[in-house]
Design a protein around this ligand. Structure first.
Ligand code: PEP
Length: 251
């Protein structure tokens, strides 16, 4: 049985005090949520405070990106070591906003995934097609290429530590979610691909999250699909009540 993972991507929202308050509120409301794993991914500046605020709770903390080098002249970037130093345990890699605005490629996603694993961070690897790619019936091709490349050179043992997030680009922040059937079809395709790259046990253990306008009112129908093992949630993760309502739908 794969334990559902409900992850909040806070993007460029929440200063330190706000992050601490939100974690406190989530923790206070999460008493009945032992059956799901909760993860929040604040901006870098709030990572340490969030890691302190989560102590004694079931909430885990992750970063939203990392550089693939351990240190060096990379102005504006931070390394796995720095992320670990804040107390965070997860890292989002290859988010579509990174791909669209900051030159993330399948190659840099692969490098970052290798580095995260080497550094002991759990990667949440994002894949997903644009609207033009879906309309051109290229969804599975695009998602397969992104996934294959992300896992290139990654051992079976390391692959078991990874999480994948299927996030159709056209559904992120648009209020337009994939239907449960559309999402399930892609999730099943990703799981089959992981089986072909590794084996059935890796595929069966791999958590594949859905992301893209997941909200309290559509979460249940998505999270009850056979191959949807949680959510990566943007907008609705910024308030404790909506994040908790989504998490409850995953029980
Ligand atoms: C995201 O940024 O990963 C995301 C899914 O955002 P939203 O839930 O706002 O669509």
């Amino acid at each position: 049985m794969r334990k559902k993972l409900i992850a909040g991507n806070w993007k460029m929202f929440k200063k330190i005090g706000e992050a601490q308050s939100l974690i406190k509120e989530i923790a206070q409301g999460a008493g009945d949520l032992g059956g799901v794993e909760l993860l929040v991914c604040p901006p870098y500046t709030a990572l340490n405070a969030a890691s302190e605020a989560r102590k004694g709770t079931q909430i885990k903390v992750g970063a939203q990106d990392l550089h693939w080098e351990e240190q060096g002249a990379f102005t504006g970037k931070i390394s796995w070591d720095m992320i670990r130093d804040t107390g965070a345990e997860y890292v989002i890699i290859g988010h579509s906003e990174q791909r669209t605005y900051f030159h993330e490629t399948d190659d840099t996603v692969n490098k970052k995934t290798k580095t995260a694993l080497k550094g002991g961070l759990i990667p949440v690897i994002c894949v997903g097609e644009t609207l033009a790619e879906r309309d051109g019936n290229r969804t599975m091709d695009v998602v397969s290429t992104q996934t294959k490349k992300a896992f290139e050179g990654i051992t079976k043992e390391d692959a078991t530590k990874c999480v994948i997030a299927y996030e159709p680009v056209w559904a992120i922040g648009t209020g337009r979610n994939a239907t449960p059937e559309q999402a399930q079809e892609v999730h099943a395709g990703i799981r089959a691909l992981i089986q072909s790259l590794y084996d059935a046990s890796v595929a069966e253990g791999m958590r594949i999250l859905y992301g893209g306008s997941m909200k309290p009112d559509n979460a249940k129908s998505l999270l009850t699909q056979k191959d949807i093992d949680g959510g990566l949630i943007g907008g609705a993760s910024l308030k404790a009540d909506s994040f908790l309502a989504i998490a409850r739908a995953g029980l």
